[in-house]
Design a protein around this ligand. Sequence first.
Ligand code: NOJ
Length: 555
Amino acid sequence: MAAPADRNLPVNDPDDASWWRSAVIYQVYIRSFADGNGDGVGDIAGLRDRLPYLADLGVDAVWINPWYPSPLVDAGYDVSDYRAIEPRFGTLADAEALIADAHERGMRIILDVVPNHTSSAHVWFGEALRAGPGSPERDRYVFRPGRGPGGDEPPNDWKAMFGGGAWTRVTEPDGTPGEWYLHLFDVEQPDLNWENPEVRADFEQTLRFWFDRGIDGFRIDVANSLIKETGLPDVGTRRNHEPGPHPHWDRDEVHDVYRDWRRIADTYDPPRVFVAEAWVPEADRFARYLRADELHTAFNFDFLQAAWLAPALRESVTRTLREHAVVGAPPTWVLSNHDVARHVSRLARDPDAGIGTSLDSMLGTVADLELGLRRARAAALLIFALPGGAYVYQGDELGLPEVEDLPPDVLDDPTWRRSGHTERGRDGCRVPIPWSGDAPPFGFGEGEPWLPQPEWFAEHTAEALAKDPDSILNLYRSALRLRRENPALGDGPLTWLDAPEGALAFARDRGFVLVLNVSAEPLPLPAGAEIILASGPLTEDARVPADTAVWLAAH
Ligand code: NOJ
């Protein structure tokens, strides 16, 4: 690959304790980012090699999906040791070197902590199985006797997120059918018992272990689970992520955990930060995670789910700003991640078609990928202009669409298995990304990538896009440089401006205006405005066409 151009990016201040209020954070899905040792799986060595690319892109921090020892049943969200590195990804020394390299380049590192469940390969789970009912070892997890004659029925009616029931029965050390254990995700992901002080103490030790190694923060996996209602009552007809009390989502007591974690993060200099993954539908309940003595930020899934329609986008932005203002926290803006279909492909669909965020919800609907890319470019300028921080999922900057037709025999997501091969799941957004060349493995590494890359990835390599001044990669690079230079962007207020139906316009303080035409007739530019950046060409008479965003300097 060509060496990154010297773009004279302003350098981030390593002592800035409020960096997270405005940060653009790049998500590295490590096994699909870059493979340094030729085994077809991305790793720390590959990521280290690509740090210059990320620095040149202009991101402020990198969030790395779980890199801990794991059977990778759920892509590393099944952790068997929280204070070590999965050998397929490298060593602890590699991790330390990566952290140092990133810091040297002015980028921060966020790791993923997975507190709701361990892997069934975790030493604690083995001990729990061997120790038997009523033991302190079992009390680290959620074991219960079954219901019905002989305890043959699960303790309650809870369902697992990947399909099927949330309980599995174990065989006791004496060979008899025994208790059941809870797993809200896959069978190999037993839920921890957060009422147990040993569990709490152990996670605090994990936080310190990585903070002491210089990492800048943690993303908290399913931050709204952890605590279960006493007595584990049936869930009945309640559905996941619907408003109202639920026996295993968003219990009030979970906030005590985060108050403890915040106290630990605040003992470091500069203080370490947290971002919550919390799918909480009620705005006021969501904001509770962001109170001043709890977590710093949370992924904004409300916005990620908003349809590409001006009223839906505007309502989501307004709701987000309102709910965050109550607790004084900066919002985040997310278009894609490793759990949802890539947004180029979602935006390629009719916004009125009622698709969800998964590939399975889109299959069979008509897609116009050129349109999806045009909208993705406009969406990028929107999120980088909104107040607060933003996330970039690896490949967003390459305009990568979802791989919708992976052969069934390569599918690895537990959703595929647990749904009885009826739901394809999330592998289509996890295909190793293309760096260079015109055939697989597209510079990903020497070996055959763990998921096959389609031929059309050739149009999306970083190498090819870097050479095209109008590419989405160069749009991202320009936007991120301008964003870092412009004090009006990042954290701060937003003022809505009048815009015709089908369009959005807002001002940032001072002197910055965004105009986004979602579906209106071509829009004239405000008088006296100077274009800083546009997501696509304007009309011949310099108006903003549909699916285009422009950044303006307003004098
Ligand atoms: C959320 C993670 O993002 C997802 O990938 C994982 O499967 C679940 N949590 C379970 O840990």
